[in-house]
Design a protein around this ligand. Structure first.
Ligand SMILES: Nc1ncnc2c1ncn2[C@@H]1O[C@H](COP(=O)(O)OP(=O)(O)O)[C@@H](O)[C@H]1O
Ligand SMILES: [Mg+2]
Length: 643
């Protein structure tokens, strides 16, 4: 642990330097006040006892202790207590006859106030007023301190979370294939919160403790430095214990956070797949899996709890030892008249105050370890290189696409091999092939969702890597195979990053055949979809996604199996409307139905990641290969359907 516990967070704290400094100054003032209060207590007690045990009664000739102005010995006190004290005459201020009382005035600084107020009750009232004023001041100051430090910690929390989310949306798709969603979620919630908690709570408490410790100790030394030194005796033990515990808490905490991430992933998957879980009656299995993970989470936490429950109470124990020692030795000193009663009370109050920081130190170490572990986890993600988004922004795209000897593998499994193909601007090229033949992979290469391992993808003759990512993607309308809609209105889902011109959304929904469906919804385009809204059918979702792609009026339209959930008749209607849109744009059409691709300018058949055949519908049918077989099979089943 570095000497400055804030060091790992300094990058995030820097913008709030002023608030932090202000908060720290207020904290300093607040601690100063708290440290002053026991001193006021001492003055109050010492002037009070001077009144109650008036000096002339106690002083006997040759009594050395009294000569030195000390408190009486217990024998004296006993005698004093036995003799009823004569009622105090009411003297006007400043004329009190016990002028030698100054001998008993507090040793520590304050003027003998009783000379001003004149009575004991007056003194008490005065000190009570001082304490009350200090308390009010303390209240104001610590409010300001909490305000500044609290706000800062929340700002830092927001900044880290924002940096994190901004970063992950820029990461390449490959990153998300390696990481689990639950894990990434936990980083944005639990881990960010651990940092906030440390920055506000633990940090404030520790600093409070540290200041209380230093200030109290300084005042304890002025009261009796030997006793003060004695009360520090447990410190070395504490220091050793703290560093030992710290070393073990960090890995323990990392294990807890990792387990929590696994647990969250499990919950996430169960919620996402709730239909499957229900449909397959796998509830019992899933609950079993969850219970195991949950139990492991408890087990890992228990290790930590174990460690902490040995550590923290032992700090109480050590403090208790100092209390006993001071009570005994300090008490003896009072009885012998070496220490005033007020000083003794103040000393014990300070002892309580320095005991807490010792415990705080342990707490701080604990929270610091948590927060640093969390920050390290977040920064590991922030260190992931984002997808390069800089690049040239061409004035206009014509939309010519070229694959040059492109190969691509997921991990070690090749998905595309040596693909070379030129797609002229404005043409429609269809890709067909078995499931897993590499069609979707090919489509993902164009908007740079993935990068070829070998070869190049070019648009208008320029490698896609050289183009600005924003420019590249804004000229593209891509309907991925898996439809995703946000929990928002249909309009927002379609307009997503579209130009936003009036009527674009309506035009796009018309083309994609969604208008008919919208008529069923009372709210039309403003219908909410997803969790809090209506549940769209697979076909409706696909048509929404299609409308979204069309609404961008893209140069290149990529439809990856975009009409698989739409019936043949509807598909034909959509296609006939799309044809106008497609006429001026380059279109990549991935489909399973021959009827969908029949009219494409070029049909490419993929087989095991390679181009097996290419040509027009007529050419391929005449060729008698894979495509012809597909065609035969589908015509046959169509005929069977019409029978
Ligand atoms: N995200 C992925 N991670 C790992 N392998 C994948 C991934 N997506 C596809 N693949 C594999 O790559 C190959 C091609 O898949 P894909 O391009 O989806 O084919 P198609 O779209 O023609 O069905 C398949 O063997 C598939 O298992
Ligand atoms: Mg696919």
């Amino acid at each position: 642990m570095s000497l400055n516990p804030l060091a790992p967070f300094s990058r995030y704290l820097r913008p709030y330097r002023r608030a932090v400094v202000l908060g720290l100054v207020l904290l300093l003032v607040s601690q100063g006040i708290s440290t002053l209060i026991p001193m006021v207590l001492k003055w109050a007690i010492d002037t009070g006892t001077a009144e109650i045990n008036p000096l002339p009664d106690r002083r006997r000739p040759g009594d050395v202790a009294s000569e030195r102005g000390r408190l009486p010995s217990d024998r004296d006190r006993y005698r004093v207590d036995r003799e009823p004290r004569p009622p105090a005459p009411d003297f006007p201020a400043g004329t009190h006859p016990q002028d030698d009382r100054t001998l008993h005035a507090p040793r520590w600084g304050l003027p003998p106030w009783e000379t001003i107020t004149g009575t004991t009750t007056g003194d008490l009232a005065f000190y009570a007023l001082v304490v009350a004023l200090l308390a009010v001041l303390q209240w104001i100051v610590s409010f300001g301190m909490r305000w500044y430090l609290g706000a800062t910690s929340r700002h830092v929390e927001r900044d880290i979370r924002e940096a994190y989310v901004r970063h992950i949306v820029r990461l390449p798709l490959s990153f998300f294939q390696e990481r689990r969603v639950g894990d990434l979620m936990v980083l944005a919630t639990n881990d960010v919160e651990a940092i906030q908690r440390f920055l506000y709570h633990a940090f404030r408490m520790t600093l409070t403790g540290l200041l209380a410790f230093v200030m109290s100790l300084a005042l304890m030394c002025t009261l009796d430095w030997k006793l003060a030194a004695l009360s520090l005796a447990p410190m070395p033990v504490m220091a050793v214990a703290t560093s030992m515990v710290a070393r073990r808490i960090r890995p323990g905490f990392r294990r807890v956070q990792e387990q929590f991430a696994t647990l969250s992933t499990c919950i996430h998957e169960n919620l996402m797949g709730v239909r499957v879980v229900k449909a397959f009656a796998s509830r019992v299995r899933e609950i079993g899996r969850f219970t195991d993970l949950n139990d492991q989470y408890v087990a890992r936490n228990r290790d930590l709890v174990h460690l902490r429950s040995i550590f923290f109470p032992s700090t109480f124990l050590l403090n208790g030892v100092s209390m006993v020692v001071i009570l005994w030795l300090g008490g003896l000193k009072v009885l012998e008249g070496d220490l005033t009663l007020g000083a003794f009370v103040a000393f014990n109050t300070y002892l309580l105050r320095i005991g807490r920081p010792m415990m705080m130190l342990g707490r701080m170490v604990d929270e610091h370890q948590r927060a640093s572990a969390s920050l390290a986890r977040i920064e590991a993600v922030l260190a992931e290189p984002p997808q390069a988004s800089e690049g040239t922004v061409p004035e206009a795209f014509s939309g010519e696409i070229e694959f040059r000897d492109v190969s691509f593998s997921y991990e070690d499994q090749p998905a595309l091999q040596d693909i070379s193909l030129k797609i002229p601007s404005g043409s429609t090229v269809a890709f067909v092939g078995r499931v897993g033949s590499g069609k979707s992979t090919l489509a993902r290469l164009i908007p740079r969702l993935i990068h070829p391992d070998r070869g190049e993808v070019l648009i208008d003759g320029k490698p896609v890597e050289a183009l600005s990512l924003a420019a590249l993607r804004s000229m593209m309308g891509y309907v991925p195979q898996e439809t995703f809609l946000f929990s928002d209105t249909i309009r927002e889902n379609v307009a997503l990053a579209a130009g936003g011109q009036n009527g674009t959304v309506e035009w796009a929904t018309e083309i994609s055949g969604l208008t008919v469906d919208l008529e069923q919804f009372p709210a039309g385009l403003e219908t909410k979809v997803g969790e809090r809204g209506v549940t769209l059918s697979g076909g409706q979702k696909q048509r929404t996604a299609l409308a979204r792609a069309v609404a961008r009026e893209p140069r290149i339209l990529i439809l990856d199996d975009a009409m698989s959930s739409v019936d043949t008749r509807t598909e034909e209607q959509i296609l006939s409307r799309l044809r106008d849109v497609m006429a001026s744009r380059t279109t990549i059409l991935i489909a399973h139905r021959i009827s969908t691709v029949k009219q494409a300018d070029l049909i490419v058949v993929l087989e095991d990641g390679r181009i097996a055949e290419q040509g027009t519908h007529q050419e391929l049918v005449a060729r008698g290969g894979i495509y012809a077989a597909m065609h035969r099979r589908q015509s046959l089943s169509e005929e069977l359907d019409t029978l």
